[in-house]
Ligand binder design. Sequence first.
Ligand SMILES: CC(C)(COP(=O)(O)OP(=O)(O)OC[C@H]1O[C@@H](n2cnc3c(N)ncnc32)[C@H](O)[C@@H]1OP(=O)(O)O)[C@@H](O)C(=O)NCCC(=O)NCCS
Length: 154
Amino acid sequence: MQAQAVCRKATAEDVDTLYELIKGYAEKGIMLPRSKETLQRQIGTFVVAEIDGEVVGCGSLCKLGDDLVEIRSLGISEGYKGQGIGSKLVDRLIEQAKEQNIGKVMALTYEVRFFERNGFQVVDKEIFRKSMDRLRQLPETALLRRNRRSKTLN
Ligand SMILES: CC(C)(COP(=O)(O)OP(=O)(O)OC[C@H]1O[C@@H](n2cnc3c(N)ncnc32)[C@H](O)[C@@H]1OP(=O)(O)O)[C@@H](O)C(=O)NCCC(=O)NCCS
């Protein structure tokens, strides 16, 4: 039987592993690169998925406003995809957003079906323009998940 992935908060000891995982996807143009310095600084925003002590996936939350966070750097190691680990990480990140009383979670991604399966809906990218300094010009799709009723960004 395959071991279950466990999600936990990332620690400084995960920086090198996260750097390599994100670098692999950044080189393919599907994720923004993160330097080790940035990862060290932002490690508190990351969660990792582990199987038998090995980190096999990660994701982070970036605060864009009082009621809006972005899921960033969500990636699963090759060989571990399609086992529910990405969904587990998304659940964990959504829980963290709820704990911070943040109502809206968004993502800019090519993995539209995956996010839809996880309760997100495709929205017009433009609604985030005010919240993001530089709305990326990449052809990624914007998706949004509302944790509770919200008066803004309707
Ligand atoms: C997108 C990504 C994070 C998804 O992670 P994942 O662990 O493969 O996702 P899941 O296993 O939870 O779900 C993927 C599929 O596997 C299926 N699945 C879920 N649990 C499963 C299980 N226990 N066994 C087999 N399949 C399963 C899901 O139904 C889903 O199917 P879908 O493609 O029809 O939606 C991963 O593919 C990845 O790292 N992609 C590259 C980086 C990237 O694009 N990241 C997004 C940037 S924000």
